[in-house]
Design a protein around this ligand. Structure first.
Ligand code: SAH
Length: 463
């Protein structure tokens, strides 16, 4: 981020504008929406500037710029059509530590002004850092259309009750819960509809209730899906944006962690294979402890929490401690990998059942009902099977599947790094090695794999 976004308090701000043509006028009008004191210097002025001068909104000096004009100023906008003057003002401003913006000349701008969606007291400022103005205009239009005009009513309503809420609810978290409920529910709805009196009555009733209630934390066990953030559920996203604490591990992609509420405490608990940074019991304890302290804890899990996710163990501890919780399902890796690799897990001509199994090695073997797995017309998906690939192939052949059975490996399914390789029990190991397949990877076994060639649609940047 090259430009640091801030909002300046303008109540004491002195601002100089050099130039008084139409371009300068637009900046002046923008400044006049604030409390800044605006001084304008230029040898001539357009009608707008003259009008603002006669309305006493600005101080206008009709003459050429001189270096002493910068004295007492904190900001300067330069908008003359003389490149030499623009540069000169820029150089003087830099020397005197006055923040300078030469309009439409990024190299001479120490700060840039964002594009604004104005719903005072709510102001949304967006910027492309000057590099994609058309995209920026497009995004702004989108924002304008999705943010209701009367959201400003909500802003004013919140402002009106800010102090009394602060005074009544002492903890920051309690206040946040309060305002989230207000904005999420029928109180805000009433404000937006213009029923301010009813909204006010309900708000005060709720405030009295909340002041008497003991703050209860909660744990949300949330499936984050296989990697692509677009595959999160709406509920997952909503809870992630409400969280006080987020506990996540390696399978949760950084793009998904980015979507968590910015102020939430983010706790990484590892879980790379054979590098368990935090033991499971400690994770269970951590969730209970944070919730009992009144916080809203999101436990983010790759895929689905109840499929090889140890989600069951985590909530058993919560039940034992009397902590409230919810479970939010996610798209499991098998579904994600199958869809994005074009391998339907069932198909009328190929498979009538599908089994999810763990390929996790323990003491160099995998303890599974191999006979039950090695069935015709069945798809088998192995999670955690990368290291055990050789044993999986051996066992399935030993229990009756032909050596020519199609098998696929899908690495980092649904992400830009997705890689898919296909083969048979006879050659998949060598192919996996040649393709340097890395975790997380899923193994799909069965004749459905033969459809990959025809149904493959997802092109990742990584393969
Ligand atoms: N709860 C998770 C599974 C966790 S077990 C879920 O429902 O998906 C971890 C295993 O999941 C990994 O060893 C790998 O086999 C598989 N896995 C998870 N994400 C994956 C991905 N994006 N691509 C391929 N396999 C993945």
């Amino acid at each position: 981020m090259q430009y640091f976004p801030i909002f300046l308090d303008t109540s004491e701000l002195q601002c100089l504008v050099v130039g008084a043509g139409e371009v300068a006028a637009r900046k002046i009008e923008l400044l006049l929406k604030t409390h800044a004191k605006v001084t304008v210097v230029a040898p001539w002025a357009c009608d707008t500037v003259l009008r603002l001068q006669s309305a006493k909104k600005i101080q206008f000096h009709q003459r050429v710029y001189q270096a002493s004009d910068l004295a007492q100023q904190q900001l300067v906008f330069v908008a003359t059509d003389d490149a030499e003057v623009n540069r000169q003002v820029h150089d003087h401003a830099r020397a005197q530590n006055v923040l300078v913006n030469v309009v439409d000349n990024i190299p001479l701008c120490q700060f840039i002004t964002p594009s604004i969606v104005d719903r005072a007291p709510i102001t949304i400022a967006i910027s492309s850092g000057g590099v994609a103005p058309v995209l920026l205009r497009y995004l702004r239009q989108k924002l304008e259309s999705v943010i209701p005009q009367n959201v400003s009513l909500l802003g004013q309503f919140s402002e009106k009750f800010r102090d009394v809420v602060k005074h009544t609810l002492k903890s920051v978290t309690a206040r946040r819960f309060f305002w989230e409920d207000v904005l999420d529910g029928d109180i805000a709805e009433n404000v937006l509809l213009g029923n301010a009196a009813l909204a006010e009555e309900k708000l005060l009733a709720k405030l009295a209730d909340d002041a008497n209630a003991k703050q209860q934390g909660e744990v949300y066990l949330v499936g984050a899906g296989p990697g692509d953030p677009d595959l999160l559920t709406f509920r997952a996203l909503r809870l992630m944006q409400k969280a006080d604490v987020v506990v996540y591990d390696r399978l949760v992609s950084p793009q998904i962690v980015e979507l968590v509420r910015r102020d939430a405490e983010k706790i990484y608990v590892g879980k790379a294979k054979s590098k368990h940074t935090v033991p499971q019991e400690e994770i269970n304890e951590l969730l209970a402890r944070e919730a009992l302290a009144g916080k809203r804890v999101v436990r983010l899990k790759g895929g689905d929490p109840f499929i090889f996710g140890r989600g069951g163990e985590e909530i058993e501890t919560l039940v034992a401690r009397g902590v409230n919780f919810q479970v939010v399902p996610g798209i499991t890796a098998a579904s994600g990998a199958a869809s994005y690799a074009g391998i339907p897990l069932t198909h009328r001509d190929h498979a009538k059942s599908v089994v999810f199994a763990t390929g996790h090695l323990q003491d160099n073997s995998i303890n599974l009902n191999w006979q039950g797995l090695a069935q015709p017309d069945q798809t088998i998906v192995f999670y955690m099977g990368l290291t055990g690939l050789g044993i999986i192939c051996q066992q399935l052949v030993k229990h009756g599947l032909p050596e020519t059975t199609p098998i696929a490996m899908v690495q980092s399914a649904t992400t830009p790094q997705q890689k898919v390789i296909t083969g048979t029990f006879a050659d998949i190991q060598q192919k996996a090695e040649a393709a340097d397949i890395q975790p997380p990877a899923l193994i799909i076994v069965g004749s459905v794999v033969s459809l990959h060639e025809k149904l493959n649609w997802f092109t990742s940047t990584g393969s």
